[in-house]
Design a protein around this ligand. Structure first.
Ligand SMILES: C[S@@+](CC[C@H](N)C(=O)[O-])C[C@H]1O[C@@H](n2cnc3c(N)ncnc32)[C@H](O)[C@@H]1O
Length: 265
């Protein structure tokens, strides 16, 4: 792991997210190990197989960056598919898990300790940028999307997955208890003004934008929208994944996958 974190540049939410994710990192080792060992990449909390969604471009030979890689299982899959991935994360503890899993799988790629809002790498050095619940929800949208745009070469693509605005409108700002339904079948907060989210039992700060605002932001930065995929949970036992009951996610999208391109000049 290479430490390139400029602590003096971290803003309040980044300091909180680094501290929160360092404390939480041990709780993500088992799922990281399971995901590293899976036979194909899967998307999001309901683990929808890529073979069903077919959202990944051909990544053979491309330079790829995962923004907020966590345990880096997606980077591992990009490497297995022939890409040259680099994983960036704000939490040194999460990167320690990623390095441990690299050693277990004898699969090495660079891991950089830095914030996705201020990436210490050159302009236009990647063909593909990616985030699954990394920068996509833990970074301020304006900041990390502008960084992703800067890092991509013309013609490069960014794919990111995060919570849908709808699930956040239906989720209370109360203590998250996975045993109980936290996501309701009614709107619990206004959409206008939704941006930064905090939870009473968590140090971390996350972000979400309504679809219209996200489309406007992507356009202002210069991205061209390719697709927005609203994920449906697959059939299965009635269970909660984090704060979302499967019965909810069978009826409404709790996760969005955005695919955008930096136009060629
Ligand atoms: C849910 S995890 C990563 C998802 C990954 N797919 C996984 O499950 O291992 C979210 C990650 O985002 C990272 N993160 C939060 N804020 C960040 C920032 N500003 N820059 C880079 N990474 C950040 C956290 O440290 C954490 O490792």
């Amino acid at each position: 792991m290479t430490d390139r974190l400029d602590e003096s540049q971290l803003r309040e939410h980044e300091l909180r997210n680094r501290s929160g994710w360092n404390a939480d990192a041990p709780n993500w080792v088992d799922s990281g190990r399971r995901n590293w060992a899976s036979t194909e990449p899967t998307w999001g909390m309901w683990e929808v197989p890529e073979s069903e969604l077919k959202l990944l471009p051909d990544v053979a030979g491309v330079d790829a960056i995962e923004l907020g890689c966590g345990t880096a299982y997606w980077s591992a899959w990009l490497a297995r598919l022939g890409a040259n991935p680099v994983g960036i994360d704000l939490s040194e503890r999460q990167l320690e898990t990623a390095a441990m899993l690299q050693a277990e799988h004898e699969l090495q790629f660079p891991l950089i300790h830095a914030s996705a809002e201020n990436v210490p790498l050159s302009d236009e050095s990647f063909d593909f940028a990616f985030s699954e619940y990394g920068a996509a929800i833990w970074c301020e949208p304006e900041a990390w999307l502008a960084e992703a745009y800067r890092l991509l070469r013309p013609g490069g693509r960014l794919i990111f997955l995060g919570n849908s605005p709808l699930v956040m409108l239906c989720t209370q700002e109360t203590e998250v208890n996975e045993e109980e339904d936290c996501t309701a079948q009614e709107l619990l907060r206004p959409q206008f003004g939704i941006h930064r989210l905090e939870w009473p039992d968590e140090e971390e700060v996350s972000f979400v934008l309504p679809h219209g605002e996200m489309i406007a932001l992507l356009g202002r930065i210069g991205f061209k929208l390719e697709s927005l995929t609203e994920l449906q949970a697959p059939e299965g036992d009635d269970e909660n994944r984090f704060f979302v009951p499967r019965s909810w996610a069978r009826q409404w999208p709790c996760e969005d996958i955005w695919s955008v391109v930096k136009p060629s000049i």
